[in-house]
Design a binder for this molecule. Sequence first.
Ligand code: F6R
Length: 241
Amino acid sequence: MDIKIFKDLNEIGRAAADIMVSHISSHGKTVLGLATGASPLSTYKNLIKDYENGKVSFKSVISFNLDEYCSIPASDKNSYNTFMHRELFDHIDIPEENIHIPDGNPEDPSAFCAQYDEMIKNAGGIDIQLLGIGNNGHIGFNEPSDTFKKGTFIVNLSESTVQANMIYFNSPEEMPRRAVTMGIGSIMQAKEIILLAGGKAKAQAVRDMLKGDITPLCPASILREHPNAHIFLDRNAASLI
Ligand code: F6R
């Protein structure tokens, strides 16, 4: 594992964007696995800056997002679809047809989940997967549980996740309690992983990920078995390791 400690999320964002831009520049076609939330915002800002400065084009990039809320439409201001367009896609030249974000309200959930995994496979698998980490050690929305899930599935969000993400909604009742997420198996198949964590609230989860048992009770701990994972932390997130 490549564990690096940075001053803050801005520095982390630059380092993560550099890895992605250098892969896109040298390989052309690149399949990116993308995350939402606060952690990747500075990475996306740096990707946009590099695009505006002519350093990179996203024309041959294919993206797959990790997760999406159930029970709100893709057009909702709090959907991950809206987030990704607002924070990244609307500002770069990625073709709309190359963008994949899970459908949070599929008619046939198990068919949809199988199809999402199939689409990732057909695209050649994920080259670089960006991850945040939940205060409870989740990656994607793989919540602490007694098994590591393989493929994409529908999950009941844990109380910790509901509490952490409620701030984005007008009222606690509006916060969805279910989501569709890539499974641990799908995440672990990515050729390269970059996990970003900033802030004191992440310190215990980071400690459990790096120093605790490898267990589905701390889903991120499985990353210790990945052959090419970067763990980019700010000083606060790294304060307990
Ligand atoms: C988001 C996702 C989640 C977040 C995690 C951290 O797509 O999959 O695992 O990465 O909850 O969220 P932030 O970055 O908001 O602290």
